[in-house]
Design a protein around this ligand. Structure first.
Ligand code: F6P
Length: 354
């Protein structure tokens, strides 16, 4: 069997562990197998830029962050755009898939990667997706690899902020990644004892937030607020996407920086902001991510072996399974605003700014 494999989109801890798990299964169980590792994500498939992976290439990489194959962002919306007579990126990839006589293409990636994987699948390529992202927003899976390491990093950072906030009697806004969803902020905020958790799924009310801060500062030395990068006010949430884009173009700063300035003015209390940024994607995977990545990689190889294509691996209730690519592509798993987790948090007094 001739397999192509690539890592695409934003990196995360666990990519190497998945590659290792996948290759180990293939080399150990499948016998006659060739694995072509495309460099820099879909760009490698477009340019036929690849290395033939050997057992030695994946030896000892379980612990390492990043990806040995490199990655790049290839916006989905540009995949089918035509420039003159040149083939589209999608056509180029389908042609190379055929030229290289691939039996299957395995894509390690997030939401955007899955949309392109789905397109390739519709074009007749045999594709298997493996769910990567610190955002944990891929539809149909309980968890994505990389998510739990990012939770550990963000949670530790928020916990560290507490001691300095306490010392100075300050309000701190700690911005957490997550793109348009709040999973990472919710898990990191809850596990670090944040007083307030602001996520895109639950728009906040500035006046209520200011009142909460003032009341809480009357009773304790600090307020620590975990802010998702995509968090928005009720006012912003009432706008169309276009209106929101135009509205936010008028401001400088990230979600946490803007809130910090606004709350400092409204409350008169010393506020500070910290944007965690890419540190949340760097470094080695945590034990859980090494475990789940290895399992997902090996299961992906199993699906290739049995010829189950046009799917993406998922974890449901602790068991591995798969979803049909075309069913999940373009859908987002969001935090249910009235789900059990959020309601329990609210019952404990965690504020969501609503
Ligand atoms: O999808 C992962 C992610 O880290 C998001 O949380 C974040 O919005 C985005 O990628 C950042 O992308 P880039 O690395 O291209 O700046």
């Amino acid at each position: 069997m001739r397999i192509g494999i690539l890592t695409s989109g934003g990196d995360c801890p666990g990519l190497n562990a998945v590659l290792r798990g996948f290759c180990k299964y293939c080399f150990n169980k499948m016998g006659d197998v060739e694995i072509l590792g495309f460099k820099e994500g879909y760009a490698g498939l477009m340019n036929r830029d690849y290395v033939q992976l050997t057992p030695a290439d994946v030896e000892g990489i379980l612990d390492f962050g990043g990806t040995i194959l490199g990655t790049s962002r290839q916006p989905y919306k540009l995949m089918t755009v035509k420039e003159g007579d040149a083939p589209t990126k999608l056509q180029q990839m389908v042609e190379n898939y055929k030229k290289l006589k691939l039996d299957v293409l395995v894509t390690l990636g997030g939401a955007g990667t899955h949309k392109t994987a789905s397109l390739l699948s519709v074009e007749g390529c045999n594709v298997i997706g493996l769910p990567k992202t610190i955002d944990n927003d891929i539809y149909g899976t309980d968890v994505t690899f990389g998510f739990h390491t990012a939770v550990e990093i963000a949670s530790d950072a928020i916990k560290r902020i507490r001691t300095t906030a306490d010392s100075h009697r300050r309000v701190f806004f700690v911005e957490v990644m997550g793109n348009k969803v709040g999973w990472l902020t919710l898990y990191a905020g809850l596990s670090s004892g944040a007083d307030v958790i602001l996520i895109p799924e639950i728009p906040y009310d500035e006046e209520k937030l200011a009142k909460f801060i003032k009341d809480r500062m009357g009773a304790s030395r600090s307020v620590v607020i975990a802010v998702a990068e995509g968090a928005m006010s009720k006012f912003e949430a009432s706008m169309s996407k276009k209106e929101r884009r135009e509205y936010s173009a008028g401001f400088t700063g990230t979600a946490a920086e803007r809130l910090c300035a606004a709350m400092s003015q409204k409350t008169g209390i010393q506020c500070r902001s910290t944007v965690l940024g890419h540190i949340q994607r760097g470094g080695d995977p945590c034990a859980y991510d090494k475990f789940i990545s290895t399992e997902i990689g090996a299961f992906g190889a199993h699906l290739a072996e049995v010829g189950r294509f046009g799917v993406t691996v998922c974890v449901r209730g602790g068991r591995l399974g798969y979803n049909i690519l075309t069913d999940i592509a373009g859908r987002t798993k969001r935090v249910p605003a009235d789900g059990q987790l959020v309601l329990l948090c609210k019952d404990m007094g965690i504020n969501f700014g609503d």
